[in-house]
Design a protein around this ligand. Structure first.
Ligand code: 5GP
Ligand code: ZN
Length: 137
């Protein structure tokens, strides 16, 4: 399969591995957005969050706090982002992965949400709530 992360799992492509268990593996992101930027992946090839089955999701997310705590202990960051990108143009590698990004003072990373609270009426909140609840049912 032409998947760069499957190749890392198979050892065909080298990576700086930091964690492995029966179902997951974590290794340093080649870009090192910040010091310690790590990717956590399931060993099962799954394209992205939309294709995750319950068991794979459970084992994948179970490993998140383990790696997060290790990054905190190793680098004492001021904070840490857990990020998962899905579909174009956000996702560049189509083997689902969780970014763990330790954050430091003035680290140059831009990642913040914009507060639209004042522009969103109660009716709109209710419409959005309904849309999501209907989609779930
Ligand atoms: P995405 O944009 O899909 O959420 O993130 C994919 C990530 O995979 C990027 O941050 C990129 O730096 C990383 N990446 C791509 N190819 C490789 C590789 O060969 N080795 C490692 N360690 N990381 C990679
Ligand atoms: Zn893969």
């Amino acid at each position: 399969m032409d998947c760069i992360f499957c190749k890392i799992l198979d050892g065909e492509i080298p990576a700086y591995k930091v964690y492995e268990d029966e179902h997951t593996m974590a290794f340093l992101d080649i870009t090192q957005g910040t010091k310690g930027h790590t990717l956590l992946i399931p060993k099962k090839h799954v394209k992205n969050v939309y294709d995750l089955d319950d068991d794979t999701a459970a084992t994948l997310f179970q490993a998140v706090p383990k790696v997060a705590k290790a990054l905190k202990k190793a680098f004492n960051p001021i904070g840490l982002n857990v990020i998962n990108n899905n579909d174009q143009p956000l996702q560049s590698v189509y083997h689902v992965h969780i970014h763990l990004v330790p954050r430091y003072d003035n680290d140059g990373m831009v990642l913040s949400t914009i507060n639209h609270q004042d522009d969103v009426s109660k009716e709109t909140f209710l419409e959005i709530q309904d849309a999501i609840k209907n989609a779930l049912s």
